[in-house]
Design a protein around this ligand. Structure first.
Ligand code: CP
Ligand code: NVA
Length: 305
């Protein structure tokens, strides 16, 4: 049982991460019944969401549990009352909290003060639930994650950071292609190099080099939620990093296309590429639900199959 906070994907060991994927796959293919009957998940969102909110709600419904969604306009975390009070009040009434926050420090404070597990549903620094779904999707396509080569083209942001940690832990070789000022910082690369696992992460500013021998290429928005005011500036800087047919002419012809969504067609990816036969973006989106079912089951029960 993983009865603890999952704020970073690296809060799981490689063995636990594999266990989450195994349970998620099992639950994708089998009916589990009301495993979490009587359990309640609180969903706290400071930013918009489609996939994360729906996948958590449906995952809990499938497992027989309940959810309560708390948009920021409702609880005004840190404004109407301190984050640490929100954590302690929720923990008296629910069994698990998933939160999407602007500042990473908000989710760590929730985790520090809550006596029930807190799951990071996206912060400025990480998006661990997205990585769970991405790993599940990659495993479905390649059978095994060890030695799979992935190129991530875009900013060294929350999605890239969680994917980088997960890659090392699962034996994936990840190359991030990114303009110099937007790479994962040195301290993150040092942390990555000390993680347990056989994968690797390297960074380059050459997207053609990154995709030349990759089995899958991943991209994300150029301006994350909270940075939309920088979009015009970023459009100029990131233009050479667009996933388009010209860039993909440097890649193996069967390279799989990945995106966490929402996608901005014409910015980080073209319509042609996201709609191509090699795009697995909607498998990723669906797998958010299956991966979170596995995660919730392991956090809230002693489920074994
Ligand atoms: N990929 C993802 O987290 O989507 P939402 O922002 O819609 O939840
Ligand atoms: N990097 C993006 C991911 C959205 C799911 C953001 O933070 O907005």
């Amino acid at each position: 049982m993983l009865g603890r906070n999952i704020i970073s994907i690296a809060d799981l060991s490689p063995i636990e991460l594999t266990q989450v994927l195994d349970v998620s796959t099992w639950m994708k293919n089998n009916q589990v019944g009301p495993l979490l009957q009587g359990k309640t998940l609180a969903l706290v969102f400071e930013k918009p969401s489609l996939r994360t909110r729906v996948s958590f709600e449906v995952a809990m419904q499938h497992l027989g549990g309940n959810t309560i969604s708390l948009p920021s306009s409702e609880i005004q975390m840190g404004n109407r009352e301190p984050v640490k009070d929100v954590a302690r009040v929720l923990a008296r009434m629910v069994d698990v909290i998933a939160a999407r926050t602007h500042e990473h420090s908000t989710i760590t404070t929730l985790g520090e003060y809550s006596s029930v597990p807190v799951i990071n549903a996206l912060s400025d620094l990480e998006h661990p639930c997205q990585s769970l779904a991405d790993l599940l999707t990659l495993r479905e396509h390649f059978g095994n994650l060890k030695g799979v080569k992935i190129a991530y083209i875009g900013e060294g942001n929350n999605v890239a950071r969680s994917l980088a940690y997960a890659s090392v832990m699962m034996g994936i070789d990840l190359t991030i292609a990114c303009p110099d000022n937007y790479k994962l910082p040195d301290e993150t690369m040092i942390y990555i190099n000390n993680l347990q696992g056989e994968g690797s992460v390297s960074q380059t500013d050459d997207p053609h080099r990154a995709i030349s021998d990759a089995s899958a290429v991943y991209t994300d928005v150029w301006a994350s939620m909270g940075y939309e005011h920088e979009l015009e500036l970023r459009r100029n800087i990131f233009r050479p990093y667009q996933l388009n047919s010209s860039l993909l002419s440097s890649a193996p012809s069967d390279i799989l296309i990945m995106h966490d969504l929402p996608a901005h067609r014409g910015d980080e990816i073209t319509e042609e590429i996201i709609e191509s036969d090699y795009s697995i973006v909607f498998d990723q989106a669906e797998n958010r639900m299956h991966a979170q079912q596995g995660l919730l089951a392991l956090i809230l029960s002693d489920f074994k199959f």
